[in-house]
Structure formats: structure tokens, C-alpha cells
Design a binder for this molecule. Structure first.
Ligand code: PLP
Length: 446
């Protein structure tokens, strides 16, 4: 069985340069019945119904949403983790696995200059990381019961929608949400933030939390973190940074843009984006361990055997999860095998590729969004009439072609097409292919 799976994996990976990035097809024949099927039959079925339907997210031609890829050695780590199945949440149950989880968090703390006393955990992704961070913010600020509608959260319109979702899920649907004005580069205007805060204080409300983004999903923008941090501190607010997409660019030539992230009370980051790991690994870092322990640390009679251990050695005490996937290994193993340099080199390459892509688009007569901080940008064609509708037709033509995948959005009330270059397999040849395809699709609309 290992041989068949290895053959399948090799075929899949060697085929990546020629397959389509997007196939708009339904998946069928996947129901569970009482009929047994052979592994080879199932691998065929998987290829046709899973690998060849929708977006090929392992492909370097995935330039939509936020891609990543899925580093091969992380798959080996998952295999080993599943075979050995250690209980990574409780140090007593698996000192080795728990330590690997903790070492990944320690590594992240170092990258973002978070103090040793901060805590964190690996989650399934950015959305769950946000829930964990906001819960700590809520508990530290005692935002509950009748105080909820008096507390104010300050957001950018460009914040990821998991932010508003998290507020609802953790019972903060009734907080006041204020949207801060943005400048022409889609960055939070700090004078607007202060003005909102002062108005709210004058109205008897309580400024509670401000969320900044280090790499927005739509425009790849980094908010002025350092200034926002100072404002948050002045008004005793919780400062959260969403670095799910952009965080790992702190290791690149863009480091300066991240100044102030170390002042955040909490931050999230997705190794399944900027470290190119397979989907299913995010992380959260939080400064105030007591706020995290408040909702996540709990004891039970059946847990007494390991109860004398130091609390923070066990990931379960700082996370809502108990029994869980040993995610640490899929981060730890690739970093140990490859070292960090290739990851940084890939990130630098993505920054160069987005410039190259934008230049080529400009040559074709496209309008471009502002110079991006990172590797996400957007564009539209300046059709003289019905521009939104025609750009939508262009998007549809690009999806129908499918050789390279891009996605769309609405920015400042305009229909735009996004380019998100992050997959580690995305190379210059793929950008050239994307340009040719866009050029070809454009001729169908004009
Ligand atoms: C992807 C993303 C999220 C959500 O993370 P998931 O891992 O998809 O749950 C949050 N914020 C930003 C900026 C993102 O790009």
C-alpha cells in the first residue's frame, strides 16, 4: 500500500506543471457504501473526483485567495505523526510530542520578538487562532453580560471576515464595531482611529480592542502597526494583529513594515500560508498567559496522573483542544530538514514575482491597485462602458480556461481581479503563462 501511495504521490507531483489549476466540475461517486474497494481503485477515484475537481491548491498555478502549496516533507511528518499517534496535548502523555509543539511556538515567539513569558498554541488555522486570541482579550477585559454593548472594537474594512465571525462565536455579537477610515493604500488611518476612540469615550463607551492586519487578504497591506500599538496602549486597549497571511514576510527584506508587531497583545499566523505547509496548521501567540489559562485550563479527576506537571508544558492548557492532531511535527520536521533559508528565499521570490506580474499587466493596459506591501495585489481592465460587468466576464473567462487560477473581489466598490502569489511552486514561467492566458481571455471580452 505504501508503494501504491508513493507512486500516486510521485505521479501527482510530476504532473503538477501540466495540469489545470482550476476545473469547474462536480465531484461524484464518493458515497460510503457497504462495498469494499481496492486501494488502487480508490486512488483512481481520488485523482478524478478530488485532485481533478476545483482548485489544485498544490499547484504553483494557484494564484487566487491565499495559496501555499503543501511542502512534501510536511506530508512525511503527518504520516509519521499518524503512525505513531502520540498524545501531543499533554506533556505527561508524550513529553516529546508536547515539547515539539512547544518548540514550534518558541520559534514563532523568537521571530516576532514576543517575550518568553507569552504563550501560544498551534491550531487548525487562522480562524480558530482568532477565536483563541479574542477569547483571551474578552476575559482579560472582562467583557461580559451587560458590559458587552458598551465595549467597542475597532476594525479596518479590509479585516478578514474571520474577525467578525470570531466576535459572534465568542458571544460578543453585541459589542460596538467601528470601522476606521483607510488611506489610499488601504492602511488604517491612525488619526481616524484616535478620533473614533475619543468620540466613543465622550459617549460613555469603553474602547476594548483594535485589530490590525499584517498582510490583508484582499490587498496585501500592512497597517501601521507601531502607531496603532501606541494608541492601543494609551487607551488601555487590547491590540491584536492578524498576520495569518503576511506574518512570515517578517523574515524578508520587508521586515521594517512589521515594526510594532512585537507590541501586540495577541497575534495569529498561518504556517499553511507563508510557510507553504499543507492546510491545517495555524498558530496564535498571546502575551498574557493568565487570560489564556482562564478559559482553557481546567482539571478533571481522570486527568490527575499528570496534574503535578507545570501547567504551561501541556498544549491542552492553552488551547480549547484536548485530543488533537500532532501538528507540531509538520512544522518542525520541514524546518529541521531544509533549514529556514529556502523558505525565506521563496518568500523573497514571491515579492519579486508580484512586481513582475504587475509590470506585465500594466503593459497590457490594465489598471493596478496601489504598490503592494507584500505579494497580493489587484487589477482591472479600464473598459469604457460597463467596466464591472466586463471585468466579471473576464474573470469568468479566466475560470473557464483554468490553466492558472485567480480570484476576484470588490475593492472600493469596483469589481477587481486579485493576484495572490504565495505558493512555493509559483515560478516566473507560471506568471508568464498567467499573462498569456489573461491576454487571450481579454480578447474574448473586448
Ligand atoms: C486566511 C486568513 C485568515 C483565516 O485563516 P484560515 O487559516 O483560513 O482560517 C485570517 N486572516 C487573514 C489575513 C487571512 O489571510
Amino acid at each position: 500500500m505504501i508503494e501504491s501511495v508513493t507512486d500516486y504521490a510521485n505521479q501527482f507531483i510530476s504532473g503538477l506543471s501540466t495540469v489545470k489549476a482550476f476545473q469547474d466540475k462536480e465531484a461524484t461517486s464518493l458515497e460510503i457504501t457497504n462495498q469494499k474497494r481496492s486501494l488502487s481503485e480508490l486512488l483512481d477515484l481520488y485523482q478524478k473526483q478530488v485532485a481533478e475537481t476545483g482548485i489544485n491548491a498544490a499547484s504553483g498555478k494557484h494564484l487566487g485567495y491565499i495559496p501555499g502549496g503543501g511542502v512534501f516533507t510536511a506530508a512525511l511528518a503527518d504520516f509519521i505523526a499518524a503512525i505513531t499517534n502520540p498524545f501531543a496535548s499533554v506533556h505527561y502523555a508524550s513529553p516529546g510530542a508536547a515539547t515539539i509543539e512547544n518548540e514550534v511556538i518558541n520559534w514563532l515567539k523568537t521571530i516576532f520578538s514576543f517575550p518568553e513569558s507569552s504563550v501560544g498554541c498551534l491550531s487548525s488555522g487562522g480562524s480558530i487562532s482568532t477565536l483563541i486570541a479574542f477569547t483571551a482579550a474578552r476575559d482579560q477585559h472582562k467583557v461580559k453580560n451587560e458590559f458587552i454593548p458598551k465595549n467597542v472594537v475597532y476594525l479596518s474594512e479590509q479585516v478578514h471576515h474571520s474577525t467578525q465571525k470570531a466576535l459572534r462565536i465568542i458571544g460578543l455579537e453585541d459589542v460596538v464595531i467601528r470601522y476606521i477610515s483607510l488611506d489610499s493604500n488601504h492602511k488604517i488611518k491612525t488619526d481616524s482611529l484616535e478620533e473614533l476612540i475619543q468620540n466613543d469615550i465622550a459617549a460613555g463607551l469603553q474602547p476594548f480592542m483594535v485589530v490590525a492586519t499584517a498582510g490583508t487578504t484582499d490587498t496585501g497591506t500592512i497597517d501601521p502597526l507601531d502607531e496603532i500599538a501606541d494608541i492601543a496602549k494609551n487607551y488601555k486597549m487590547w491590540f491584536h494583529v492578524d498576520a495569518a497571511y503576511g506574518g512570515f514576510f517578517i523574515m524578508t527584506s520587508k521586515k521594517e513594515l512589521f515594526k510594532g508587531i512585537e507590541k501586540a497583545d495577541s497575534m495569529i499566523i498561518d504556517p499553511h500560508k507563508g510557510l507553504f505547509l499543507p492546510y491545517g496548521v495555524g498558530a496564535v501567540l498571546i502575551k498574557d498567559s493568565s487570560a489564556v489559562l482562564h478559559s482553557n485550563y481546567y482539571t478533571a479527576n481522570y486527568m490527575q496522573d499528570g496534574a503535578s506537571e507545570e501547567m504551561l508544558k501541556s498544549p491542552a492548557n492553552v488551547s480549547p483542544e484536548l485530543t488533537k492532531h500532532f501538528r507540531g511535527l509538520r512544522v518542525w520536521l520541514p524546518l529541521q530538514i531544509h533549514g529556514i533559508e529556502p523558505f525565506i528565499a521563496c518568500l523573497e521570490e514571491k515579492l519579486l514575482l508580484v512586481h513582475y506580474f504587475r509590470n506585465r499587466l500594466a503593459d497590457l493596459g490594465f489598471c493596478l491597485g496601489p504598490e503592494p506591501d507584500l505579494s497580493v495585489s489587484y487589477f482591472w481592465y479600464p473598459f469604457e462602458t460597463d467596466a464591472d460587468q466586463k471585468n466579471k466576464q473576464l474573470m469568468d473567462a479566466i475560470h473557464a480556461d483554468g490553466s492558472v487560477f485567480l480570484s476576484s473581489s470588490i475593492i472600493e466598490n469596483r469589481f477587481v481581479i486579485r493576484i495572490a502569489i504565495l505558493a512555493f511552486r509559483t515560478k516566473k514561467e507560471i506568471i508568464d503563462e498567467a499573462i498569456e492566458m489573461i491576454k487571450n481571455c481579454l480578447t474574448k471580452i473586448k
